[in-house]
Ligand binder design. Structure first.
Ligand code: SF4
Length: 204
């Protein structure tokens, strides 16, 4: 059976790689685990953690999206003063460009890197006060630009049966209508080729 190749935020069940080294809320992880159980043998995940790929380590000081007065967005690490904007964009271009056919993305909601929605944006003048939380993470933004039309969801949305079904329906439709995806090229051949060989820690 041809597998459905889905790129997924690595912290969603593959590794404790969040900035604080903590697990994603178990209830949110269950939505991914449930999907994996339901489609065991059919889905092949390609896990990736953009922040680890930038060499930020774990645990690490948090990073955030900062909006300047001219509206420009930057990715910064307030505790160190590092501006990660260019590095993240370069990583996104390299990683996403290395992928073959991707049928879908499951990304961590709210993350300044991965978040497809609900990402806080902060004022450059006051990093304690956020402008709004309707933003998109830098990696998710790059995904939307390079993979326009490919379904993107997050671990919270997957908790809803209807949303999960619609996501998979779109993934399958893409598989059926694009014969090139029969020989996908998953995985990222960057500096650590073994990084994607981990398995989802699915509860029995
Ligand atoms: S949300 Fe993305 S960048 Fe943050 S820990 Fe998870 S995989 Fe890494």
């Amino acid at each position: 059976m041809t597998k459905l190749h889905i790129v997924i935020s690595r912290c969603l069940g593959f590794a404790n790689c969040r900035y604080d080294g903590e697990l994603v809320e178990p209830v949110a992880l269950e939505s991914v685990q449930e999907l994996a159980r339901e489609f065991a043998g059919e889905i092949e995940f390609v896990p990736i953690c953009p922040e680890l790929e930038l060499g930020l380590g774990c645990p690490r000081p948090r990073i955030c999206v900062v909006r300047s007065t001219d509206g420009a967005l930057r990715l910064v690490q307030p505790a160190t003063g590092r501006d990660l904007t260019v590095g993240m964009k370069q990583f996104c271009a390299a990683f996403l460009g290395s992928l073959g056919k991707v049928l879908g993305f499951i990304l961590k909601r709210g993350s300044p890197s991965c978040g497809p929605r609900d990402v806080k944006q902060f004022y450059a003048s006051d990093l304690e006060q956020h402008v709004d939380r309707d933003g998109v993470g830098f990696f998710a933004q790059a995904v939307g630009e390079r993979f326009s039309g490919v379904p993107v969801t997050d671990e919270v949305e997957l908790m809803d049966c209807g949303a999960r079904g619609r996501f998979l329906q779109r993934v399958r439709r893409s598989l059926i209508h694009d014969s090139s995806c029969r020989n996908p090229k998953p995985g990222y051949n960057g500096s650590s080729p073994d990084r994607n060989k981990q398995s989802l820690k699915v509860k029995p």
